[in-house]
Design a protein around this ligand. Structure first.
Ligand SMILES: [Cu+2]
Length: 201
């Protein structure tokens, strides 16, 4: 009986260790996925998230503190990049604007800056440009890319894959998904181990 009691104690200790390890890993994942409190935050923007605006003369992002090394991109619904002016830090604001007025449509502002504590932060701001009758009404966004490409360029280098430069930018949010998936797997593993110990012991 003493041996059995010792075994039970050992198993309980092992179980505690496993659960603690999983909890620790989960904490690390959560901490890695979510910005720490010390990070600067995006306080607001113009255009605001999910807003519908009539025109897009400039884009202003307002942070909780002055940021450095700003990067800003503007994508249309098809993922094409709209040229922006160099983003400019003005106090707590980050300002850029389209080089030429884009046509009405749905857009996403992608931004990435180094916050005042030295850590990079990033985000995306979707919005809709309703526009007006002025400006170029012919939306180039909906026309297929291949249609505008001259046929003469095709036989030159067929093996080169013309990936848009923006492709890597689109993947920037993937870390959250991976961290979430890893967390779910870990929690599932934890439950499995706990159950196995209880029914088996
Ligand atoms: Cu930080």
């Amino acid at each position: 009986m003493k041996a059995l009691a010792a075994t039970v104690v050992k198993m309980a200790a092992a179980l505690t260790t496993v659960v603690a390890a999983i909890a620790a890993m989960a904490l690390v994942l959560i901490a890695g996925a979510a910005p720490a409190l010390a990070h600067d935050q995006l306080k607001g923007s113009d255009p605001a998230k999910d807003a519908t605006v009539e025109s897009l003369d400039s884009i202003t992002l307002t942070f909780s503190a002055g940021v450095r090394f700003p990067a800003m991109v503007l994508h249309d619904a098809a993922g094409a990049t709209i040229a922006l002016t160099e983003p400019e830090v003005r106090g707590k604001d980050l300002v850029a604007g389209p080089v030429s007025p884009p046509p009405p449509g749905k857009y996403v502002i992608g931004w990435r800056v180094v916050s005042s504590d030295g850590h990079p932060i990033e985000g995306e701001i979707p919005f809709t440009l309703a526009g007006s009758a002025t400006g170029p009404a012919t939306d180039t966004a909906d026309s297929p890319q291949a249609g505008s490409t001259p046929a003469a360029t095709e036989p030159a280098a067929p093996k080169v894959n013309p990936q848009p430069v923006s492709a890597t930018e689109e993947d920037s949010g993937g870390g959250f998904l991976w961290a979430g998936a890893a967390l779910i797997v870990l929690l599932g593993l934890g439950l499995f181990l706990v159950r196995g110990r209880r029914t088996g012991g």
